[in-house]
Write a protein that binds this ligand. Structure first.
Ligand SMILES: Cc1cc2nc3c(=O)[nH]c(=O)nc-3n(C[C@H](O)[C@H](O)[C@H](O)COP(=O)(O)OP(=O)(O)OC[C@H]3O[C@@H](n4cnc5c(N)ncnc54)[C@H](O)[C@@H]3O)c2cc1C
Length: 433
């Protein structure tokens, strides 16, 4: 049966991992390999917060593999060259990797295939529930509207959940050094980061599905209640499988359908990105914007000093925790792109710098949705940050948690007048809702 190489990328788990599952069923021996990729570092995809989460997740994966008689094999450099080198060294019969959909990931797969020559490269869809391409419109295109996609997605058969392997036999090969946070990306991290890894992901998922999900339908927008799953970083790094989450969710429970619907948004954006990877940086549907060039306002937004309490609380939560509540993401992003009329790419870049769940599909396409250059059918809608605060944080609990000086003289005046900002945006875009 030979030896297979499993290339871990952002699927850092042993449970329900189709890549690992296929390899252990096909081969007697398996090399669980992680390559610290030079090119990802050069593209500046790595950031200190995600580096911390990634190194913890790799350490946790190594422990899980050791528990099963194996261990992680670590290399650094050009991913295609390193994988090919390891494959030659162990005389691998096959190499397995997760399919991924960004421009970088597609190019990586292509380079890897070339570098491997005769050794078979097999890709598996472990990141999403419905792989891009599996759900198409009547005319065979990718969906650009969420609701009809969601209807079809609900009918898409769920693949079976793969059990974690009980034993993994690794051939004789040097383990190499597990990457530390600093080896991946040096620099200061946010003070209140959650811990990475599959063990923590499974603990959170269990608690979420057993109890807190019940209130999700009612609570998911109430920023102070903080009752969303907070699984996004674990989903981004593949510490938990979305298929397993849906398979384990009890559909009779209140809140579950609403939660599963959010996982569908994730698949939706991945299929939009797979269809056209350029939308990571380019408008999906241009509005011919001539964005404001206003460093001072951009900096005030990043610092959470806009004088709009919900915007400021959200931006400070991001800095403190490397995560922000979805409602706050919507309001802060709308404020930047519509009140300040600053390019969504600048907002996405700042989010990407700090978010533990920073993800090319979800970040860029949610930003575009809010900016009105993406898939929103009401591209010119603006969130009123004051009304949003009154509705979703009526007791100002969220605001006071993150903006200590709120209510004192030290808190800034609004940097822009709401009515004037609405008028200016409408003039820039032409009228619309
Ligand atoms: C401007 C902006 C930028 C964003 N950037 C990211 C990002 O980089 N990475 C990221 O994972 N999410 C991003 N989101 C989507 C969403 O805000 C987060 O997924 C969510 O807040 C994560 O918290 P949670 O795990 O508690 O979510 P829950 O409410 O518990 O939802 C469960 C899961 O569904 C997925 N999900 C939920 N909402 C969305 C959505 N709108 N789009 C895609 N997937 C979704 C996530 O994987 C999430 O973990 C962004 C949203 C906005 C408005």
């Amino acid at each position: 049966m030979g030896t297979a190489v499993v290339v871990f990328t952002r699927d850092l788990r042993v449970h329900d991992n189709p890549v690992l599952d296929a390899a252990v069923h096909e081969a007697d021996e398996v090399v669980p390999l992680f390559v610290r990729d030079d090119r990802i570092a050069a593209l500046r995809y790595n950031r200190p917060n995600r580096a911390a989460f990634l190194s913890e997740s790799l350490a946790d994966l190594d422990r899980a593999l050791k528990h099963r008689g194996g261990h992680l094999v670590n290399r650094a450099g050009d991913v295609a060259a390193e994988v090919a080198r390891v494959a030659r060294q162990v005389r691998a019969t096959s190499v397995h990797i997760s399919a991924d959909y960004s421009r970088y990931a597609v190019a990586r797969e292509h380079r890897l295939r070339e570098a491997l020559g005769d050794v078979e490269l097999r890709t598996h869809h472990g990141h999403v529930l419905a792989p891009p391409g599996a759900i198409r419109t009547g005319s065979g295109e990718a969906f650009s509207v969420f609701s009809p996609y969601h209807r079809k997605w609900l009918e898409h058969p769920l693949r079976r959940v793969a059990a974690a392997p009980t034993r993994i036999k690794v051939p004789d090969i040097a383990a190499g050094d597990l990457p530390t946070r600093r080896m991946i990306c040096a620099g200061p991290t946010s003070p209140d980061l959650v811990r990475g890894g599959e063990t923590e992901a499974r603990r959170r998922a269990k608690r979420w599905l057993e109890s807190n999900v019940a209130d999700y339908d009612d609570d998911h927008d109430a920023v102070a209640r903080d009752n969303t799953s907070r699984l996004s970083p674990y989903l981004h790094f593949g510490c938990i499988s979305p298929v397993e989450l849906v398979a384990r969710a009890d559909r009779r429970k209140a809140g579950v359908d609403a939660f599963v619907r959010q996982l569908c948004w994730r698949d939706f954006y991945h299929q939009v990105l797979a269809d056209n990877p350029a939308v990571a940086e380019q408008d999906w549907r241009t509005k011919h914007d001539h964005w404001n060039d206003d460093d001072e306002s951009y900096q005030a937004w990043k610092d959470g000093r806009t004088g709009y309490p919900l915007v400021d609380a959200g931006m400070r939560q991001l800095r403190q925790e490397g995560w922000m509540h979805n409602r706050a993401r919507l309001v802060t992003a709308s404020f930047l792109t519509k009140h300040l009329y600053i390019d969504w790419r600048l907002g996405a870049a700042h989010f990407f710098d700090l978010l533990l769940d920073g993800d090319i599909a979800n970040n860029s396409l949610n930003w575009q949705w809010v900016a009105g250059t993406g898939t929103d059918s009401r591209p010119n809608r603006m969130f009123n940050p004051t009304l949003q605060q009154e509705r979703y944080d009526p007791d100002l609990q969220y605001v006071k948690k993150y903006v200590e000086e709120f209510g004192t003289d030290a808190y800034p005046e609004p940097i822009v007048d709401h009515k004037q900002a609405v008028a200016a945006f409408r003039a820039a875009r032409g009228k619309g809702d």
